[in-house]
Design a protein around this ligand. Structure first.
Ligand code: NAD
Length: 361
């Protein structure tokens, strides 16, 4: 066994169906009485449902959370938090709303209770990405990690099948990269493999029947584990590529992760034979029984999820491939296989064209 270091992130997790009702108790535990509720404009109804759960005892509701946490939105929310005398923030939504909760909490010290409604996993990480004047910067600080996370499976029932699929693959990507992280460790590997099994078995069932409660439970459980992996160890090529593509070509977050993941895995495969073997066993995609090839498994998963496979379908131009490859190799970072520009260009080209992943990168 290799020597390792392990740091546990402090944080309280409440998981189940109907757990939203526990919000008052969670506030009382921390002697908090004036929460500022946060959501995106699309989730105003869910934010208002929190108001009902708390019998109207809130400081206010701010429903302008936006993808990539623009600082001008954070400043507006901060001003509102001050005016209303909020003593904590309660963020209900996906990674965009969680990002706003983190941005307010780290600037003010206000406690952050997070109620995730997608599978992105931000709620389990001490990482915050923010944009100012079109430039995205990411920082890590233990103070960014939400203190309490309430997972309520009921809230995920409204997540559309397409977003459930891509958000779930976004979560799988955290676990795959955790398995070959520079600072990986046995605990994180256990969480990662369990998270991958839970998501690969449940996501196809959700796409078939978005109201399936057992599938939704399993997916949210998997997302929690995958988010924990993202919050615990460093990432590599896949996350670097998605960050570059999203930031430089304005591509959507979860969809980009979904398209790039099979190719990033195929690229790294020759350098991580043991991980590939474990992954092949952990993939529980219906229809791959007896088959333990992780690359075939991820191709099959994406077929079953009926997701878009090409970055060109989201507006990326063919001439951007060279620029993307240039940016992706411009700063050195850890990856199990050395990052070679020509191969990375071919990886991005395949992702752009929407080809299936092949083990010949
Ligand atoms: P999102 O939060 O942007 O949500 C996408 C859309 O779906 C929004 O309109 C949202 O209101 C809606 N939605 C969310 N849950 C819903 C539900 N249950 N029912 C109906 N509609 C729902 O998407 P996301 O993929 O969760 O988050 C992406 C953002 O999170 C990106 O900015 C990304 O960089 C960030 N992120 C950060 C981390 C981190 O650790 N810092 C991790 C993952 C993602």
């Amino acid at each position: 066994m290799e020597p390792f270091e392990y740091n546990a992130n402090p944080g309280r997790v409440v998981f189940g169906s109907g757990t939203l009702k526990r919000l008052s108790d969670e506030l009382a535990r921390q002697k908090l009485s004036a929460p500022l509720l946060l959501s995106t404009p699309q989730q105003v109804d869910q934010a208002n449902s929190l108001k009902d759960v708390l019998s109207g005892k809130i400081a206010g509701v701010f429903t302008e959370a936006t993808m990539h946490t623009p600082t001008h939105v954070t400043e507006k929310a901060l001003e509102y938090a001050k005016q209303t005398g909020a003593d904590c923030v309660v963020a209900i939504g996906g990674g965009s709303t969680t990002g706003l909760g983190k941005a307010i909490s780290v600037r003010t010290g206000l406690p952050h209770i997070c109620i995730p409604t997608t599978y992105a996993g931000s709620e389990m990480t001490p990482i915050l990405g923010e944009t100012a004047e079109g430039k995205k910067t990411t920082r890590t600080d233990p103070k960014i990690l939400p203190g309490t996370v309430i997972y309520d499976v009921d809230l995920t029932m409204t997540l559309p099948p397409g977003l459930s699929a891509t958000s779930g693959v976004n979560a799988i990507a955290h676990s795959i990269e955790a398995l070959y992280a520079k600072n990986t460790n046995p605990i994180v590997s256990l969480l990662a493999l369990e998270g991958i099994s839970a998501l690969t078995s449940s996501l196809p069932a959700i796409v078939e029947d978005p109201r399936s409660v057992p599938a939704r439970q399993k997916a949210l459980y998997g997302a929690w584990l995958c988010g924990t992996c993202l919050g615990s160890v460093g990432m590599a090529l896949h996350h670097k590529l998605c960050h570059t593509l999203g930031g430089s070509f304005n591509l959507p977050h979860a969809e980009t992760h979904t398209i790039v993941l099979p190719h990033a895995l195929a690229y790294n495969a020759p350098a991580i034979p043991e991980v590939m073997q474990k992954l092949g066993q952990a993939f529980k995609v219906p229809g791959m029984e007896g088959e333990q090839d992780a690359i075939k498994g991820i191709n099959l998963l994406l077929t079953k999820l009926k997701v878009k496979r090409g970055l060109k379908e989201f507006g990326m131009k063919e001439e951007d491939i060279d620029k993307a490859a240039e940016i992706a190799v411009s700063n050195p970072y850890y990856n199990p296989r050395p990052v070679e520009k020509d191969r990375i260009r071919e990886l991005i080209r395949r992702a752009w064209a929407g080809e299936e992943a092949r083990a010949d990168l």
